[in-house]
Ligand binder design. Structure first.
Ligand SMILES: [Zn+2]
Length: 328
């Protein structure tokens, strides 16, 4: 019995009109070497399990989605995300090494979306689908929002619960009346992204918003004509956007918008709230007097710090593959 599922139609729009653009066995080079190099530090794949499977890239003629035709079955996906990617190795490899801007990026999204709703945070319900270790939800929680998350990996659910996040299951999503659903680096991994998006939409209230943020496949044409398996992750020719086994869907702006439309959702632009920076102001004369009179110096400094908004022109472009969709 094969450990793979064959996708017979475009998983983003359902169209059966697509073309094969690349194919190679998972257990032969160059795909095999890529899998070794990529997964060995994280755990390692079982090549016997992959025997007989092909890494086959297709492009949809309707929505421009690039997708892998042969994907692991449910059991294989579980092996991939729970064993081949070893949670214990991952937490020490990545989770404890993130730089400050990883966390400020999360805070910025939480601030952006909370500000959009213009309601008391305590009345808002945010859900992170594929929450990972719950890091994004913790930033929303810090703003006073009620936070819910779902995640396949039991290890990660346990970790998130320890941090005060309410974990829910797939079946609990419909009718949940969420104001906002976050999906960050999730949709590129999903076997049935359109069906999943419809399911998520059933958990949104009317006027609720879902975010889909995925690796940007708008440049895929040039990258895919080269298929440079040696290109390092983060470089312009990197095949990370179509990484075997994991990045089974590669989206352009158009393919995301079309998929959302199929799910009954409209593309919406949500502006970034002007970012705030805290700037140390020179101590005023009155502050100097106060600090010399009774306040310890460090407290006096905090009192006289000023907050000013940054230039509004720093707003991000609404293009790309970090998009928001609203339920009409
Ligand atoms: Zn399509």
């Amino acid at each position: 019995m094969s450990n793979f599922v064959i996708r017979e139609s475009c998983p983003g729009c359902g169209n059966v009109n697509f073309e094969e653009i690349y194919s190679g066995s998972f257990t032969d080079n160059p795909v095999k070497k890529y899998l070794h190099d990529f997964y060995d530090p994280q755990g390692g794949v079982d090549f016997e399990y992959l025997a007989g499977g092909n890494y086959t890239l297709c492009e949809c003629n309707n929505c421009s989605l690039i997708f892998q035709k042969e994907i692991l079955n449910d059991e294989g996906m579980k092996l991939l995300y729970e064993k081949w990617i070893d949670p214990e190795k991952i937490i020490s490899l990545f989770e404890q090494t993130y730089p400050l801007n990883y966390y400020t990026g999360y805070l910025s999204v939480s601030f952006q979306i909370t500000n959009f709703f213009n309601q008391k945070p305590a009345s808002l319900r945010f859900f992170d689908f594929g929450m990972g270790w719950g890091n994004w939800l913790l930033t929303a929680k810090a703003l006073g929002v009620n936070v819910f998350g779902a995640e396949l990996s039991e290890e990660r659910v346990k970790y998130a619960k320890k941090n005060g996040i309410t974990a829910i299951t797939w079946d609990e999503i419909p009718g949940s009346n969420f104001d906002y659903i976050n999906t960050d680096q999730v949709f590129e991994h999903l076997p049935q992204p359109l069906e999943t998006l419809k399911h998520l939409a059933s958990g949104l209230r009317k006027g609720g918003v879902v975010r889909i943020c995925v690796p940007d496949g708008n440049v895929n044409k040039a990258v895919l004509s080269k298929m440079d398996w040696e290109a390092a992750k983060g470089t312009s020719d990197s095949l990370n956007i179509v990484a075997p086994l994991e990045h089974i869907n590669c989206y352009t702006t158009q393919s995301l918008v079309k998929m959302a439309k199929e799910a009954g959702l409209n593309w919406v632009y949500i502006p970034h709230y002007p970012k705030l920076v805290i700037e140390e102001a020179p101590l005023s004369i009155s502050a100097k007097i106060k600090s010399s009179l009774q306040l310890p110096k460090d407290i006096a400094r905090k009192v006289y710090r000023t907050i000013r908004p940054l230039d509004i022109s720093t707003i991000e472009s609404p293009q790309g593959t970090n998009l928001f969709f609203i339920k009409p």
